[in-house]
Write a protein that binds this ligand. Sequence first.
Ligand SMILES: Cc1ncc(COP(=O)(O)O)c(C=O)c1O
Length: 406
Amino acid sequence: MSLSAIGSSIGESVTLKLNEIAATLRARGEPVIHLGGGEPKSKPPIEALVAAAGLLNTGEIRYTPADGVPELKRAIVGYMERFYDFAPRPENVMASGGAKQAILCALQAILNPDDEVIYPAPYWVSYPEMARLCGARGVAVYASDGSFCPRIQDIERAVSPRTRAVVINSPNNPSGAMYSEEFIADVVGFCEKRQLWLIMDDIYQRLIFDGRKPTNAWKYARDKGEDSKLIIVNGVSKQYAMTGFRIGWAVGNRRVIEAMTNIQSHQTSGPSVLLQMAAAAALNGDQSCVESLRTTLENNRNVLVSRLKCLEGIRVHPPDGTFYCFADFRAYEKDSAKLARFLLEKALVVTVPGVEFGMDGYLRISFCGTIKDITDGVERIRWALDPSSPKELYVGGGRKLVRDWT
Ligand SMILES: Cc1ncc(COP(=O)(O)O)c(C=O)c1O
């Protein structure tokens, strides 16, 4: 079959595929523990549900402006005022089908074929594929000190004449690391100096721990006018546990937002009005759900890190935010895809191989599930990896896992 170069080069989303595998195994009655997930388990805010249901009952579910309904754009402006200390104008805002679509539209609006977009490693799995969707090339930047946080010199070294944009995600999926204020200030200044676009993927912005403050790249921008090349992306998926509502947004200069809106208008015509109204209600409503999710995640993080630290040879850097821990399993196995497959087959635990995020030998372990999932999941990993563990492990419901390897 003859597919296009882009059509044949894009891989499936590994994380979505793992959700599918876990669901299939569960449907077969297998006691799978899913530590590969990327969504909080709490309920969306009640205001969001009521807003969507109320509109649904009217039957008036129509097209909206491609950049979003005024109610949602106003709510996004309010959010920006609260968390970024500035109020963009409505023409500087585009609502979209998740932060994912906002980032892709931004890249499509700014990249030409063969351009390069750079991002720190480990990186979110979609960045390289999104670059490819634009006919461009993703370039991962590794910290020269081996940590999860490159310095500005590492970014500088990755820039070529083809570089058009930098994407920064802090706190980061998969490492959970938050880049320092100094690094964010340096990147903003560097991109301004070199006339590069800077996309801040702030999707986990408020899910941060240990008293940290949300990152605000805008405060370091010197160019705050219509020539600014800073694009801020955020959404309701993670902080409001509204992944299935598929609402995100981008804030940028008027011309880029107009170009992104034109692109979106031909892709999807914009997100569903029902979900836009739900997102607006979440942004305008009682915010205690975000704090409650944040504290739950902080507690889960503490439990996961303390359990992982008991596994001999595993190196763990406590995440500053998100709901992911990126642990170094190289002492056991350098091929992370092989290790993740082994843990799924033998211990029925889903993890995501680090190679998908640009760092082999690591596994991404999520702590957005229950404490029981976290503790039982790590116990199963320990059992599977430790050759001195008992031959059988009882996993509830009369089921046991049997060690049939050496
Ligand atoms: C770093 C990062 N950016 C963006 C997204 C997309 O979020 P949304 O559900 O709003 O499309 C995700 C989702 O996993 C993510 O991890």
